[in-house]
Design a protein around this ligand. Structure first.
Ligand code: AMP
Ligand code: MG
Length: 390
């Protein structure tokens, strides 16, 4: 049995970065930027008013000062003249500050009669002008690689980038295996259950930039598994679920090996998720996840997400763990790393009473996996511990 870290290293060795493609900006959120975005202009491109008010010469501003209003500057409609001593230009937020003006007096500090304005007492001292280029200058970049969030989409738009270069979405084929499984919405027989893992994993993968394809359920026969593997061969990554233990009906390993799978490892020192398998099947990386629903999802977080990140050109590293304090005492851990379903509260983290790897209701109520290293000693409430957010 190998450690989680070793297993992840071997998975990274199987998963090479995929190529890039160009997408319209509006389709780029959540994708991994693979080429920097370069600003095509300064922002703001001109000194801009930050408020509604009057643009004047700063030296002339004092309580009671009077100015003659000579024009108006609005957003998108610049005032083409300049501001001379004793003059003011009515100005609105986002408008270019006219030549000569060095300060905007906010309209709340002004009394206007006809074309004359008088400044009030209690003026503030700000200029209310945003200098050209204070947000970014032409040539400034959004560095790659990085996963694009809404804030970066807005920044790229502001830089006038209409199309972005992003990693191709990894195509992940998901294969549930088992005679007991039916699809959600079907009518299960008395000895059947509804396949949940493929759907949970597809959601997890899609939310992290992959394109998940749920294949027909493979039955526990050599023929059915072989046919389903054939359907998966155009994927960038094949993920099987279940059938990976050593029972009579656990055929994923034997069938994959018969089809030529070069196995990287089998079994990882973790709970849940021990019977994890990985290798390369006719050139395609393959990961065999355990069937228990919580095991499959935990392995999705711990292994699949870093692997699809790496396939999208992000650094090949584990998901970063966060730290918090234990809200309750916990017992010593055994020889395998334990990913405990847990809840985060202002007092810290509390693992759920039951850690049965079949209980999706508990995974659904959890917002974190408390990560206990192999052989971690018992720990008291208040101890700092690591967790993986869900
Ligand atoms: P296995 O690894 O095939 O022995 O499966 C372990 C347990 O997980 C069994 O109780 C299976 O019924 C269950 N299981 C396997 N695959 C799925 C799936 N796709 N969705 C829900 N449960 C599953
Ligand atoms: Mg099975």
């Amino acid at each position: 049995m190998i450690s989680v870290a070793e297993a992840l290293e071997q998975l990274f060795a199987l998963a090479e970065p995929l190529g890039s493609e160009e997408v319209p900006l509006a389709r780029a959120n959540g994708r991994v930027l693979t080429a920097p975005v370069t600003a095509l202009r300064d922002q703001p491109p001109f000194p801009a008013s930050a408020m509604d008010g009057y643009a004047v010469i700063g030296d002339e501003v004092h309580p009671g000062a009077r100015f003659t209003v000579t024009g108006e500057a609005a957003a998108g409609r610049a005032f083409t003249g300049s501001v001379a001593p004793g003059e003011a230009v009515r100005i609105f937020t986002g408008a270019p500050v006219p030549e000569g003006a060095t300060r905007v007096v906010i309209q709340e500090d002004v009394t206007r009669e006809g074309t004359t304005i008088t400044l009030s007492d209690g003026l503030d001292s700000a200029t209310h002008i945003r200098d050209a280029g204070i947000d970014f200058a032409q040539g400034q970049t959004i560095p790659a690689p990085r996963r694009l969030r809404p804030a970066e989409i807005a920044l790229a738009a502001s830089m006038n980038a209409g199309r972005l270069t992003v990693a191709r979405r990894p195509r992940v084929a998901l294969i549930s295996t088992g005679d007991e499984l039916v699809l959600p919405g079907d009518t299960p027989g008395p000895d059947q259950i509804v396949a949940s893992n493929t759907f949970g994993l597809a959601a997890l993968l899609e939310a992290n930039g992959a394109e998940a394809r749920i294949l027909p359920i493979a039955r526990d026969t050599v023929e059915s598994l072989t046919t389903t593997f054939d359907l998966a061969m155009d994927a960038d990554l094949i993920v099987t679920i279940g059938g990976a233990s050593v029972g009579d009906h656990d055929l994923v390993g034997p069938v994959a090996r018969d089809l030529g799978m070069e196995q990287s490892f089998y079994k990882v020192a973790m709970r849940p998720g021990k019977p994890l398998m990985a290798g390369r099947l006719r050139g395609v990386p393959m990961i065999g996840l355990p069937g228990n629903p919580v095991s499959a999802m935990v392995c999705g977080h711990v292994f699949l997400l870093p692997v699809i990140d790496a396939m999208q050109g992000l650094p090949a590293v584990p998901r970063p763990l966060l730290e918090t304090t234990l809200a309750t005492d916990i017992t010593a851990n055994g020889p395998r790393a334990h990913y405990m379903r847990a809840r985060l509260t202002p007092e810290g983290i509390t693992p759920f009473e039951s850690q049965d790897s079949a209980l999706l209701s508990i995974l659904g109520a959890a917002d974190a996996l408390l990560v206990r290293p192999p052989k971690a000693p018992a720990a008291k409430a208040g101890t700092t511990v690591s967790y993986l957010p869900l």
